[in-house]
Design a binder for this molecule. Structure first.
Ligand code: DLL
Length: 432
């Protein structure tokens, strides 16, 4: 089912026209109402009249997380505060949070886009959606909640945590869709097994997972553990929340709601667009946002774009899985390392589980990289020779993928901390 066929299957030229029309409107509004953008555009020597088609987007200034912090809380808003109906906030790793207000129309657009995403995964009004993302300032809980409600599905607003209860309600209320972070989905799969419940006893058929990087290998493990088909949902508070993009049944990228958020993939150094299939930084421009429309917001998320039509019938552009963030890319002895590369290797090794932590340190002037990974419970053995063999196998694979030496530490089952929300998988002691 396609939720909004007109928008999602639109003829490409027609869509570009719509995007151009909406961009002109957005630029005129921010020029009129937001001093920050007026000044930036004046510095670049451009006026709203210079933006005629969507291709003119390249003339516009960029926006960064720092700009949001410098103008905290409402300095970048284009609508009066009296029109705000909800204010979300995202906590940064440093300093002040970022405030993200929404008008009534913004929340409507948010719910519409999440409903579209749920449909993209095959969800319908007959589904029972267990929303195990956190509710609150984080957009995961309320975002999925409003989207599922818009679709007409039944919502179980359980939020994250309370794992035992999650399993009980999942079984008793016949949840057919589970929405949470992929790391929490893994944890729920483990808890299910421990409780002696087989996935066949449940009614789960779809998982809508996102908010943190994960891999195709992790997807397969979750699907197996929970007996469902898992989909990737992407988004960020500054742009909206979940539902900016979502994967479809073909599992080959995430369709972006590009009639609302115009994506560009840029080389993070030159800020020039890169070709389809090349990795770069995802940048979004709001096309319909009222409260705080952002121009060319640099997300720091690294991924690819694919403009090829999709077999599902949607014509909107697809983004690849997030490979990492340019700001949490680790540079170890000069080599760029993404945690997702490490995860992909670990998940190919059947003797270990998907619970791992990456520890980066410095000895003297030399960076060190250690990966602690739990043994899968099926492979528990006290034989040192066996353990040594497993560690060596992982080390060889990782050394060749990353091209730097890695220390592997095998941990006993259930000794690495689990997470109910976004997992913290990297400890960089060099920064402490
Ligand atoms: O994580 C919104 C969200 C909620 C998305 C629920 C999906 C599901 P923030 O807390 O502002 O918003 O964090 C945004 O999380 O820039 C990415 O780095 C990361 N992220 C979000 N979705 C994915 C995903 C929400 N599917 C930041 N894969 C983004 C990888 C993701 N990373």
């Amino acid at each position: 089912m396609i939720w909004n066929e007109t928008a999602e299957c639109m003829d490409l030229e027609q869509r570009r026209e719509l995007q151009g029309y909406r961009l002109r409107d957005t630029v005129a509004r921010v020029y009129q109402n937001v001093e920050f953008y007026r000044k930036k555009m004046q510095e670049l020597g451009i006026e709203p009249g210079d933006i005629k088609t969507i291709d003119d987007i390249v003339k516009l200034p960029f926006t960064t997380k720092k700009d949001l912090r410098d103008n905290y809380p409402f300095g970048l808003c284009a609508a009066p505060e009296s029109e705000f109906v909800r204010i979300h906030a995202s906590s940064g790793t440093t300093g002040k949070p970022t405030a993200v207000p929404h008008t009534r129309k913004d929340l409507d657009m948010f719910a519409e886009n999440v409903a579209r995403s749920i449909c993209c995964t095959g969800g319908t009004s007959k589904d029972v959606v267990q929303v195990a993302y956190g509710y609150g300032l984080f957009t995961g809980g309320l975002g999925l909640h409003d989207g599922a409600t818009r679709l007409g599905a039944a919502v179980i607003p359980i939020s994250g945590g309370n794992t035992r209860n999650q399993l009980t309600l999942m079984k008793d209320f016949k949840s057919s869709i589970l929405a949470c972070t992929p790391s929490y989905a893994m944890f729920l799969a483990e808890a299910l097994k421990e409780a002696g419940i087989s996935p066949e006893e449940l009614h789960l058929r779809i998982g809508i997972f996102g908010a943190e990087p994960w891999s195709d290998e992790m997807r397969k493990k979750i699907e197996e553990g929970l007996g469902l088909t898992a989909y990737d949902i992407y988004g960020l508070s500054e742009i909206m929340g979940p539902g900016v993009a979502c994967s479809c049944q073909y599992q080959n990228g995430l369709h972006i709601a590009e009639d609302h958020f115009f994506p560009e993939i840029l080389d993070p150094d030159t800020l020039q667009p890169v070709a389809d299939g090349m990795v770069g930084e995802m940048t979004f421009t709001h096309l319909t946002k009222e409260a705080m429309p952002l121009l060319r917001y640099r997300t720091r998320d690294l991924c690819t774009l694919n403009h090829e039509p999709c077999e599902c019938g949607r014509t909107n552009v697809r983004m690849g899985r997030i490979l990492g963030r340019s700001d949490d890319m680790l540079i170890i002895r000069g080599v760029n390392v993404f945690p997702s590369q490490i995860e992909s290797v670990l998940l190919e090794v059947p003797e270990v589980s998907a619970n791992y932590v990456i520890i980066v340190d410095r000895q003297g002037t030399l960076d060190t990289l250690e990966v602690q990974v739990e043994l899968d419970e099926k492979y528990i053995t006290d034989e040192m020779v066996e353990l040594d063999k497993i560690a060596k196998k992982i080390k060889q694979k990782l050394d060749s993928v990353l091209r730097i030496g890695v220390k592997i530490t095998l941990a006993e089952h259930k000794t690495i901390q689990r997470s109910e929300g976004k997992a913290k998988r990297v400890i960089d002691k060099r920064k402490i």
